[in-house]
Write a protein that binds this ligand. Sequence first.
Ligand code: NAD
Length: 424
Amino acid sequence: MSNNATIHSSENPFESMMSRFDEAARIIGLDDASYNVLKSPQKTVIVNIPVTMDDGKVRVFEGFRVVHNANLGPSKGGIRYSMDVNLDEVKALAAWMTWKCAVVGIPYGGAKGGIKCNPRELSKSELERLTRSYTDLMVTVFGPDKDIPAPDMGTGQQEMAWIMDEYSKLVGHSSPAVVTGKPLVLGGSLGRVEATGRGVMVSTRSALSKLGINPVGTTCAVQGFGNVGSISAKLLQMQGMKVLAISDVSGGYYNPDGINVEEAIAYRDNNSGTLEGYKGGKKINNEELLELDVTVLVPAAMEDQITHENADKIKAKLIVEGANGPTSANADEILNKKGIMIIPDILANAGGVTVSYFEWVQNRLGYFWTEERVYRRADRVMKQSFEAVYQASQKYKISMRIAAYVVAISKVAEVEKLRGKFGI
Ligand code: NAD
């Protein structure tokens, strides 16, 4: 592997990603050329998006799209609306998408986009103008055979519908396959909303089985109660697990007898999307939730929640990463020493992109699958991918995280070589 590879130790998401990439590259003996190609994104687009606000004033928003790698197929990745969006974060998220698609064996490369904005402060019409203008500026980047966005934090089905409509207008024909995560009536897939949480549940079951732990009665805590967290919590509870705590931006809620997850979801849905004021558990904070004495911990909110500062206090035996990048590279070392098994983001939350791929396939076929078929195929992908990563971890005697990178980087590097994209 390259002499250029340095050991990164910072907690920044891009550095965290690179430090795992470096370690996996060393293990597989990745050559210098492949290392240098794969460490950098293929394309980085930064745009300034002028939007006329409801009061008539013009505001300019910064937007990004990073295509990390498109060797395995068109690049795929969500669009995030948040005030924390920055180029380093988008670059890390784009690279994770490359590795994630490779781990689960779907024919996509990796990308990510974002707009630095607070979607909760914008009216629906402002959000629509922002999303359409971003699409206009990205029309040469996006495309069903080029780069396919999806929802991420702060975006959902409505934004995907606007992107699909704007893109279709610009190219002069209906193009549903340009985005995934669309509403069902507009070509979305059955099972997409549940897909990431369902993959988290399937991965948890696979991991518990390797650890020889029966899920029934096993305790867990889930951080984040949005799409991924709430559905993971619900499905884990349906497997007989006891969800002792849940949390969102309003804080954590702990009940030693188990949270009634269905009830908590209904409460959130009738309470402007937050758990604020939820009475089904004692109020704790997000740090306390992470440090609870539970068997399984599912961080499903955001990056860098488990760092070198709190890793030593984690008591769970198994961490299943619903969020992207919730554990920093420095924390990995501490958790590994404690013997905690981590199912990494690029495997654990890949159920979402897998069903996004199924949505794209159905759009191109013009034929839609039943929910049962979507679940069956997605569950199979998740189980087989888990097993492949587990086998690599046994073969090289490495953590599941580095094993997932080993599987992914080997695949992307092999394709890079076969396609011969090193220039002539
Ligand atoms: P979401 O916006 O639906 O939910 C995010 C949740 O996290 C909300 O409940 C929010 O209140 C909570 N939250 C935010 N900051 C928090 C904090 N500091 N402490 C505790 N909770 C906090 O987002 P989502 O789609 O569920 O995504 C969550 C994570 O999963 C992100 O990292 C995202 O990139 C990743 N992910 C999502 C999908 C998907 O299909 N939605 C797929 C793969 C990965």
